[in-house]
Design a protein around this ligand. Structure first.
Ligand code: SF4
Length: 688
């Protein structure tokens, strides 16, 4: 065990207990299970059955259905019977929040119940209450008293349980002691887990969801560490990013959170929460899971130079972080220290390098794909918030004047021929740079292959010669199948040797579909950026992948919606790069939407409303707007949103600023307009 995973250098799944959910086995190296949640009214038996069937046919192995009160819990029996009658035996999960009564009914009917320790028994009033140790212990006793009957029912009926903590719906008690932190999330679940273990009930899965992938990843890592420290074993993990939103942003956010953990072998089941029809979540889940199905246990290990002690060997068991050799803290975000070269590294936000090298002739109009639009009438460039900082042109020559802030990276011979050395910079292979006679005075990009089978230690060979050269920006990539771990290993090396050159993450995708590319880019780079590693990204496609999409990407999902709107490949990659930086909160370039996936509690059409709000507010860079289906869970789960649009009754919306109610029960027909007014009153509005 290394900190929170079996290995930080090779792909190994974390060993977890095996849990039985109906006939489905989960954990203990069983395949990673994919699941979703219905959005229909649970009292509408046929609609719920039919939506469940669509999800099952798409590949869902577990179906979760909300049971907010006794009536819905009881109706789960009709849903289950109808599904069985139609030949579907997929296990069902009851989603419980506040009501132990509903949980106790559901646990006798379905194969699994999910409880949220933040609001099962504990009440949330968003109050800061001081708890003495005695008060705190008394509350835990009260939880034990209310939670134990459910455990006994689950034991009797063979029902499994998920203890599912959500960032944002932590109880006032947990908040008073731990704050709104990953540690608070972990402790919230651990309290329930201890009670279950005392009853020798182990059919348990755990989750630590947040809409911020950074918080979510840290919470899962801490949970694994805490379980091993306290129990010497780990229960299976259900991974998910809550309220991820829809379209590209929803997929990118989910892939960063879920993918980062899966890269380190964590996760026994996953749910991708999108504000789209639930069956559309399943292909995204499958795309995520298949990356690890093909990554065999025999995957090549990233070798380490002999003089550097192996992290694995120096860290038997679960090491204390202080005594470990990992030079960064995987449980807290801190950006790796670098010196700045021009606008790269130091305190600068990560840069985006757009790879235009596959275009035959680069013209001014091509720059539109990467955020620069030329207006011939005014002879000016319009620059978007998601405009690339550099373009890599390869062999191409440019015969037009560049927009002001844009710079060009090109091969050394083309750089030498370029007239304006303040705008053009060379990129070298490591040895090429060391041997080169002509070098830039300001920036030299130098590529290092962190690991490849043919030349495993190639990247390490030149480190001493490049170390702390104040003109060298390192560009890291790897040909290892477990690429992220190989690049991370190089970062560990750099930090160990106190090499502070800024680093660009170079990631190529060889996948086929838009979703596969998105997931690949988000996982490979997001996992590093979440740990503060990387001062820029350059995403690209292999020639095979690029040629197969033929310059134009479209992904029409099952609802017929083309969420990519036929972007050019360069545009898609550039947008993905900015979405990754936004989701990792390392560079904010657009409005952030935290929208719940909807469920049987939802009080309005979430997809339509989200689209409407997005169309009016998508120019508000940096503003976080939550769109939540119900007032029961919405306010708690919208986490750190700046503004909230929350369903509070049929046709009624309550508007929030942070956690404070600003306009209660607004008629839904004017609610979007009222939200805009609230943004204006709060000085968060700018004219589009
Ligand atoms: S916030 Fe959304 S997904 Fe969560 S319970 Fe309410 S309606 Fe359902």
């Amino acid at each position: 065990m290394q900190f929170y995973s079996e290995s930080l250098t090779e792909y190994k799944r974390l060993a977890t207990r095996e849990v039985k959910i109906g006939d489905l086995l989960l954990g203990n190296f069983q395949p990673i299970r994919v699941q979703t949640m219905t959005t229909t009214d649970t009292m509408d038996t046929i609609a719920t059955v039919e939506q469940s069937i669509r999800c099952i046919e798409a590949g869902a192995e577990l179906i979760r259905i909300t049971a907010p009160s006794k009536n819905e819990a009881e109706n789960l029996l009709n849903i289950k019977n109808e599904l069985r009658k139609r030949g579907y035996t997929t296990p069902l999960v009851a989603d419980i929040h506040f009501t132990p009564n509903a949980a106790e009914i559901a646990a006798r009917i379905v194969e699994k119940v999910r409880v949220n320790p933040g609001n099962y028994v504990d009440k949330k009033k968003f109050e800061l209450i001081e708890y003495s140790d005695a008060d705190y212990a008394e509350e835990i006793d009260r939880i034990r008293e209310r939670f134990t009957p459910l455990i006994k029912i689950c034991k009797e009926y063979g029902t499994a349980m998920r203890i599912g903590t959500n960032h944002g719906s932590l109880s006032d008690r947990i908040m008073s002691r731990y704050g709104d932190t990953p540690m608070g999330m972990v402790e919230s679940a651990m309290e329930f887990l201890r009670i279950a273990r005392d009853e020798t009930y182990h059919n348990i899965v755990l989750s630590m969801k947040a809409s911020n992938p950074q918080v979510m990843v840290q919470a899962y890592r801490l949970l694994v560490k805490s379980m091993f420290n306290e129990f010497g074993e780990c229960y299976p993990l259900h991974l998910g990013v809550t309220e991820a939103g829809d379209g590209e942003d929803g997929r990118v956010k989910s892939a960063i959170g879920i993918g980062t953990l899966m890269e380190d072998g964590l996760g026994d089941t996953i749910r991708v929460s999108l504000t789209e029809d639930p069956e559309l979540e399943i292909p995204v889940c499958k795309d995520l899971v298949k990356r690890y199905e093909i990554r065999s246990q025999k995957d090549r290990k990233t070798e380490r130079p002999k003089d550097i002690p192996d992290i694995q060997k120096s860290s038997p068991g679960l090491p204390d972080l202080q005594s470990s050799r990992l030079p960064y803290d995987p449980f807290h975000y801190q950006r790796r220290e670098t010196f700045a070269i021009d606008n790269i590294g130091g305190k600068h936000v990560p840069v985006v390098i757009a790879d235009l090298s596959k275009l035959e002739n680069i013209t001014a109009s091509h720059l539109q794909s990467v955020g620069y639009t030329y207006d011939a009438a005014t002879d000016k460039w319009n620059i978007s918030d998601a405009a690339a900082d550099y373009i890599f042109t390869g062999q191409a020559e440019l015969d037009f004047a560049l927009p002001g802030p844009l710079k060009v990276i090109t091969w050394p011979d083309h750089w030498q021929a370029a007239a304006d050395k303040t705008k053009y910079f060379p990129i070298y292979e490591a040895k090429g740079y060391i041997d080169a006679e002509a070098k830039s005075d300001t920036i030299n990009f130098v590529m290092l292959d962190c690991f490849s089978e043919q030349t495993p230690l190639n990247g390490f060979t030149y480190l001493d010669e490049l170390a702390n050269d104040r003109s060298v920006v390192l560009c890291l990539s790897s040909k290892n199948q477990h690429t992220m771990a190989a690049v991370r290993r190089m970062f560990i090396e750099l930090m160990g040797r106190e090499i502070n050159n800024p680093v660009i993450l170079i990631t190529d995708s060889d996948w086929q579909t838009a979703d596969e590319h998105l997931i690949h880019f988000a996982t490979e780079t997001g996992a590093l950026l979440l740990d503060g590693l990387g001062d820029g990204i350059c995403l690209g496609m292999t020639s095979t992948a690029y040629n197969s999409v033929n310059g134009q990407l479209s992904t029409v999902n099952a609802s017929g919606r083309n969420y990519l709107n036929n972007q050019t490949t360069e545009q898609f990659i550039n947008n993905t790069a900015f979405s990754i930086l936004q989701a990792t909160r390392t560079r904010i370039s657009k409005t952030e939407y935290i929208s719940c996936p909807s469920c049987g509690r939802t009080l309005f059409d979430l997809q339509e409303t989200t689209a409407k709000i997005r169309s009016r507010t998508n120019h508000l860079k940096g503003v976080k707007i939550a769109i939540m289906g119900c007032i029961v869970n919405g306010p708690g789960e919208m986490a750190d949103a700046d503004f909230g649009y929350v369903g509070s009754g049929p046709g009624k919306i309550t508007l929030y600023k942070g956690k404070e109610v600003m306009k209660r029960n607004v008629n839904s027909e004017v609610a979007v307009e009222e939200l805009i007014n609230l943004l204006k009153e709060s000085d968060a509005w700018v004219t589009p």
